[in-house]
Design a protein around this ligand. Structure first.
Ligand SMILES: C[S@@+](CC[C@H](N)C(=O)[O-])C[C@H]1O[C@@H](n2cnc3c(N)ncnc32)[C@H](O)[C@@H]1O
Length: 310
């Protein structure tokens, strides 16, 4: 094969992968059975990201005015969203975040806080006598844009210092501004204040300094299709092991909170939980909120609250 033919072949292969990724993002027809085609490309790109470990340093977070936060909602829903925002801002002292975030980032924090506030049982973050730091672990934190919400929630419930860690397997993805996911995550962790950290690590290899009072999973991969569509190698599909590991690091009576995108994912989670003897489901509810802009997506989000059996 000549160099020109080789180049044309690589370009054609990339175009096919891009078209496939777009098709997989479509909700108009079921393409999930073809997702396996992406697996080798995902493995290759993930391997390159991990080898390069590209970083350009922590970015400065840019603020946007928060006046038209919910312009995508109709008048009634907008009034409700503004009222909830005011309530959460006051209760969780969100001033620093409100003054140093994009509108989308601020909304995502509100959304996470709204979920935690409504679905984590009141006694979940009670402080252990011998260790005054409440430990919270977030699994698969992406760029940890919601670190401030998790930290504010944990501090308020614990009434004292916290150790919050966001653990992300694929932290070396490069964003459009040529900074990495981890670069952005560290900016958000720093804004969230003392005791907040982000680690690029496999959750299965991560162990917190002491048992966790709360473990959160926002949109974990409980179907193989979602994982491949996201861009991870097929071998990283290990939902049972992730749940078992979360259960193992929880203190007795500690809480695991899982948010899923779809009814199919919620059903998959319920089946997986049956395989973890130390976890008990205590509640499951549909999330109705409109604090984030779903665009054309039809939200079917659910939150499941589980407890580690003593
Ligand atoms: C659908 S994304 C959700 C991201 C984030 N929680 C959010 O709500 O925006 C799932 C995340 O889990 C991460 N992930 C998957 N397997 C993981 C593992 N074993 N350890 C740590 N993170 C993992 C993925 O890289 C991805 O960023």
């Amino acid at each position: 094969m000549t160099p020109l033919e080789a180049t044309l072949f690589v370009v054609a292969a990339l175009v096919v992968v891009l078209l496939l990724r777009r098709a997989l993002g479509s909700r108009t027809f079921d393409v999930s059975r073809f997702a396996g085609v992406l697996a080798p490309f995902n493995a290759l790109r993930f391997g390159v990201r991990r080898a390069l470990r590209f970083s350009r340093g922590v970015p400065r977070l840019v603020n946007e005015p928060k006046d038209s936060l919910f312009a995508y909602l109709d008048a009634d829903a907008r009034a409700r969203a503004h009222a909830r925002e005011a309530q959460l801002r006051e209760a969780y002292a969100l001033g620093a975040l409100a003054g140093c975030s994009s509108r989308a980032a601020y909304r995502e924090n509100l959304y996470v806080l709204d979920v935690l506030d409504a679905h984590v049982p009141a006694d979940a973050l009670e402080v252990e006598a011998e260790d005054s730091r409440v430990v919270v672990v977030d699994v698969g934190s992406k760029d940890f844009v919601y670190a401030s919400a998790l930290a504010a929630f944990a501090r308020r419930r614990a009434g004292g210092p916290i150790a919050l860690v966001g653990v992300e397997l694929d932290g070396h993805v490069i964003y459009r501004d040529l900074r990495s996911r981890a670069d952005h995550a560290r900016a958000h962790a720093s804004l969230a204040g003392d005791g907040v950290h982000y680690e690029v690590a496999d959750f299965l290899a991560y162990q917190p300094p002491s048992p966790a009072s709360l473990v959160t999973m926002f949109f974990p991969f409980v179907t193989r299709f979602a994982l491949l569509q996201w861009g991870l190698p097929a071998r990283e599909y290990r939902p049972e092991a992730l749940l078992a590991h979360a259960a193992q690091m929880l203190a007795p009576d500690g809480v695991l909170l899982v948010v899923n995108h779809t009814h199919e994912e919620r059903a998959a989670l319920a089946t997986l939980v049956q395989g973890v003897a130390t976890l008990e489901e205590i509640a499951s509810a549909r999330l109705e909120g409109s604090l984030v802009d779903y665009g054309e997506d039809v939200p079917e989000r659910t939150v499941t609250t589980l407890r580690r059996l003593a």
